[in-house]
Design a protein around this ligand. Structure first.
Ligand code: NAD
Length: 434
């Protein structure tokens, strides 16, 4: 299939569905699941105190090639421009071969906290010695995951605090688990709970008092389950009518260095990355809070908050690289019940967790490129304000044939407010009177 669907944005929603269904080889009728994709009963079973189902726009970004294969990238997001930005940047990158992703094995880390450990070094040494036995026990506790080729991979002890202190000596045991195509939170939490007693026992060498078991839960800083995605955009793809490619390239590389120097800028830079990542995660029913928490902890892992994506000038173009933890699943979690999210995975052709992670990361790098290019050329506000002005014109009651005229008049006057839109509408309507 090709993800090049030129002019998709000019079609009506019904026409777009037809075109996307054909491109993805999915029965048109099945796309009805995109309107919610969740029954009231299922919603009521998912969370507490349910009153209804909340809708957001569902779209696909076009032009993506990731690891040599085209994909339509599903996105659910409330912010204008994100889907257009992703599609535009994917087109720039496509000419140079698209995105390349390196996805690590899907290893998630669980933590078992031990407190009131008298001899933290002795406990850590005892745990290291007992690691093969603990690992074997963890494998026995997860036969189905092991049968799928995943399962526990390592047990490690870290000393966090020495006595005295409010919790005495604190040691944490990390359990690394290959979760295959699951996000893995429940799998890892269950394993940590079941392994906690054997771990506490192993931490107390003969005669030593037994430590207390504290928390038993996964870490969302899944720095072993990462995606590194790279791309190149050639100068001629970066150029616009007023700005030659080499200038755009230099400006984007300078913007990247700004983010590398300054956490205030890095936060906004990373927000642009997460515009793309989160939109894919929401569309495909993922735990986006888990990924957000992991992404920002990863961005700060050196002690300074850094950009997740960096851009460098290369001969004739610009090379981008994004790395972040992405614990995503194509089974389990909300996918058990959400038909819309399952359909999104099919639209994307994301049959396993590594492919989904690669697509989400590519969307993140694309959104970052589009934002930096806009900032480096026009200033991002121009395009944004035009979209915002149209939304305000609609909110002020402008009929479809007057939306653009009202929006342009507001933008020209530098006043994008509902009251201004109403005044312009009244003026336009008065002009039409005989
Ligand atoms: P899950 O509990 O639905 O478990 C996944 C299931 O899929 C398992 O039963 C497994 O046997 C099965 N499975 C089928 N095919 C598989 C395959 N190919 N690979 C792997 N497993 C396969 O889901 P989960 O992924 O363990 O947990 C995700 C959920 O946990 C999310 O809803 C998340 O919001 C939630 N959660 C998150 C946190 C956190 O991030 N801190 C904490 C608690 C819960």
């Amino acid at each position: 299939m090709s993800s090049r669907l030129p002019g998709l944005y000019t079609l009506t929603v019904a026409e777009r569905r037809q075109r996307v269904a054909e491109a993805a080889g999915i029965d048109l009728g099945e796309l009805a699941a995109l309107d919610g994709g969740l029954s009231e009963d299922d919603a009521a079973g998912m969370i507490e105190n349910v009153l209804g189902r909340y809708a957001l726009p569902f779209a696909v970004a076009t032009n993506f090639t990731v690891d040599g294969a085209d994909a339509l990238v599903p996105m659910v997001v409330e912010e204008p421009s994100v889907v257009a930005a992703a599609s535009n940047a994917a087109r720039m990158v496509r000419a140079a071969g698209g995105f390349t992703a390196r996805v690590s094995p899907p290893v998630v880390t669980g933590q078992i906290q031990l407190t009131h450990v008298d001899d933290v070094d002795g406990a850590a040494a005892a745990l290291t010695e007992a690691a093969p036995t603990l690992l074997a026990r963890a494998r026995e506790l997860s036969p189905r995951l092991c049968a799928r080729g995943g399962g526990p991979r390592a047990v490690r002890a870290r000393v966090l605090a020495r006595p005295p202190g409010p919790d005495g000596g604190v040691v944490v045991v990390h359990l690394d688990v290959d979760c295959r195509d699951a996000m893995g939170a429940n799998l890892v939490n269950t394993l940590c709970e079941r392994l906690a007693e054997p771990v506490a026992h192993a931490a107390a060498p003969a005669g030593a008092p037994r430590p207390r078991v504290g928390l038993r839960i996964l870490s969302n800083l899944s720095d072993q389950r990462t995606v590194r995605v790279t791309c190149v955009a050639a100068d001629d793809a970066l150029a616009d009518a007023r700005c030659p490619g080499p200038e755009v390239r230099a400006a984007i590389a300078a913007a990247s260095r700004f983010a590398e120097l300054d956490p205030y800028r890095a936060a906004t830079h990373n927000k642009g990355v997460m515009n793309g990542v989160d939109a894919v995660l929401v569309a495909t029913g993922q735990d986006w809070r888990a990924v957000e928490a992991g992404a920002h902890a990863f961005a700060a892992r050196t002690g300074a908050y850094r950009p997740l994506a960096v851009w460098r000038e290369v001969p004739g173009g610009l090379a981008g690289e994004l790395e972040l933890p992405l614990a995503v699943g194509t089974v389990g979690g909300a996918l058990h019940v959400h038909r819309g999210a399952r359909l999104a995975l099919r639209l994307a052709g994301a049959g396993d967790a590594p492919r989904l992670a690669a697509l989400a990361a590519a969307a993140g790098l694309a959104c970052n490129l589009a934002a930096l290019r806009a900032l480096a050329t026009d200033g991002i506000q121009r395009g944004h304000m035009a979209l915002h002005a149209r939304a305000v014109a609609r909110a002020a009651g402008a009929p479809a044939d007057l939306v653009d005229e009202v929006a342009e008049a507001m933008a020209a006057a530098g006043e994008i407010r509902i009251e201004a839109a109403r005044v312009i509408l009244r003026e336009l309507s008065a002009k039409d009177l005989p």
